[in-house]
Design a protein around this ligand. Sequence first.
Ligand code: URA
Length: 237
Amino acid sequence: MRLVRLIANLGYGSRKEVARMFREGRITDAEGDVLYADDKREHGEIRIDDEVLDPPSGLCLMLNKPRGVTCSTRDAGRIVYDLLPDRFRARNPALSTVGRLDRETSGLLLLTDDGPLLHRIISPKSRIAKVYEATLAQDLRGDEVALFASGNLMLESEKTPLLPAELDVLDARRARLTLHEGRYHQVRRMFAASGNHVDSLQRLTVGGLGLDDLAEGDWRILDHNDIQTLFSSGARA
Ligand code: URA
């Protein structure tokens, strides 16, 4: 791939802008020798203003999404892309969220520009477990563990019942719910079906990946081992 296209695809600017960066001598190799648009170099050998390039496509990252931030590329309010470097929004292939979290749900959100990986993560076949912690408006009734585990719970306007889900009760109004699928507003709708209301919701894990010490609003790039961890186990409640 021509260097202009490679660098433009990473979001550093339009091809015209990147061509100008070449003319200005801002793009060099690791030794500081100026590169030209027609040169051939490996990604890792290229520097812009002496900085290494952002990761190539195949990027996957995790973000600790705060409440009040939308999983969308455009919204009147704050969006997840506001928490990432500006360039990431202009990458080609595009960096997309792996599924969504509601605006008022916080916690672990994955983003990737790797289409096959995204589909593998969200595919029902992968059955990747996701653990949510919910704080409820009312005390639990006592039958929720059995109801959610039954495999018979039918949510309004759905055609098939939910897969069995595990509920761990932490106290009267707090519980962890492990899901093996991802339907629209699923956790909120499950508790609504049991006559309750979710006051606050956080996603703690996706597969084997947890938030660990990632602060709210922070993100980190996942490496090969992280991706293996993601697929390695179900829930890590
Ligand atoms: N279930 C919900 O209700 N909301 C989310 O954001 C994720 C799962």
